[in-house]
Design a protein around this ligand. Structure first.
Ligand code: GCU
Length: 353
């Protein structure tokens, strides 16, 4: 089944790439049989995931308001390829939008590195307030325009924590000698190695098999990975060390966005805001349900270690980031203001409820 899925995905992304290279209009957008512009959106989550639900709300909204002109198609589950493939397809205009983790976007623009910093946000409230502030996000979101794509909204992906097949992680020392899957981003590799584990970067779609075949000893992600991606079938310990709050980003092809009539663009902007709103509402419910299922059906044990030792090891990364990219300093300072306003909430993750 997995092989069939991959074959379909490869064929689809191959077809799209060929279409883009052959040049099908300046934006690469295709027309359906009623001459409507087909708007293709790809992502890597399953159809029960808040990301998919929010994109279906977008599809419905656009087709309700502009259904005579646009036909929105949402492709879940890496059907159009891995996130990195999909970003490249969006860049060329072979597809119009995709959802990419902020992690992998740092390889397209270094500005994105800031949101990948471990322990950047003091609490979920600080994270949400910062991500909702255009003064913080605009300079980052617009930084890939020259590369052909831009971010149109952010999507909550909760907090990333370690989970392992057989060894509970209570302190950073427990990570020693363990191969832990991380996203394909230099920041994540550095973080993992600093914490003492052996960073094993790979695409999201490969993690389940790697865990099952013991190529890796664990991974790190939000709670949804346990259930929606089945990682909780293999990993029995989930430790709330709270190392990152990394948003997902909905990115769009610049030519497609810039060339549409102004009044259409205004409706699309409303649609992007709806994606953010619907996903955040769904997220809270989905995480609660995922924790319940992981604990009661998959037998996952949730651990609440002291987060400070993890944090202390990672904090020097902030200084190095600012030394390397001094232009990010005002954004970093802006985030600190939200951290003061919304300090760490003891009830959140790090402490047993
Ligand atoms: C989360 C995130 C995805 C990302 C995945 C990963 O699920 O929402 O965008 O691809 O983590 O770890 O790769």
């Amino acid at each position: 089944m997995k092989r069939l899925h991959r074959a379909i995905a490869l064929t689809l992304s191959g077809v799209l790439l060929t279409a883009a290279m052959a040049g099908c209009g300046s934006t690469g957008s295709a027309q359906d049989s009623t001459d409507r512009t087909i708007v293709r959106i790809g992502h890597n989550q399953a159809t029960d995931h808040p990301t998919h639900i929010s994109l279906l709300a977008f599809e419905e909204y656009i087709e309700d308001k502009l259904g005579d002109k646009y036909d929105v198609e949402v492709y879940p589950s890496e059907l159009l390829g891995s996130q990195t493939d999909m970003v490249q397809l969006t860049q060329t205009g072979a597809i119009d939008f995709c959802v990419a983790s902020n992690s992998i976007l740092e390889t397209f623009s270094e500005n994105y590195t800031i949101f990948n910093m471990p322990y950047l946000f003091a609490s979920s409230d600080a994270y949400h307030a910062a991500m909702d502030d255009p003064e913080i996000t605009d300079p980052i979101f617009e930084s890939t325009k020259k590369a052909g794509f831009e971010a149109v909204t952010w999507i909550d992906a909760g907090t990333r924590n370690f989970y392992t097949v057989s060894k509970p992680i209570e302190t950073p020392a427990d990570l020693k000698g363990l191969k832990i899957r991380v996203q394909q981003s230099p920041t994540n590799v550095e973080m993992m190695n600093l914490l003492g584990g052996s960073a094993t970067p790979m695409g999201f779609g490969e993690v389940y098999t790697a865990l099952q075949s013991k190529v890796i000893d664990g991974a790190e992600n939000n709670e949804m990975a346990l259930t929606s991606n089945g990682h909780g079938d293999v990993c029995k310990y989930y430790s709330y060390d709270m190392h990152q709050m990394i948003p997902d980003i909905l990115i769009g092809n610049c030519a497609f966005l810039d060339e549409m009539p102004e009044e259409d663009r205004a409706i699309f902007e409303e649609g992007f805001a709806l994606v953010n709103q619907v996903e955040r509402e769904e997220w809270t419910k989905a995480v609660e349900a995922a924790k319940d299922k992981a604990q009661n059906e998959q037998g996952v044990q949730f651990l609440y270690p002291d987060t400070k030792p993890f944090q202390e090891i990672c904090m020097p990364m902030h200084q190095s980031l600012l030394e390397q990219y001094s232009e990010l300093e005002p954004i970093y300072e802006g985030i600190q203001k939200y951290n003061e306003q919304y300090p760490t909430d003891a009830a959140e993750g790090g402490t047993e409820p």
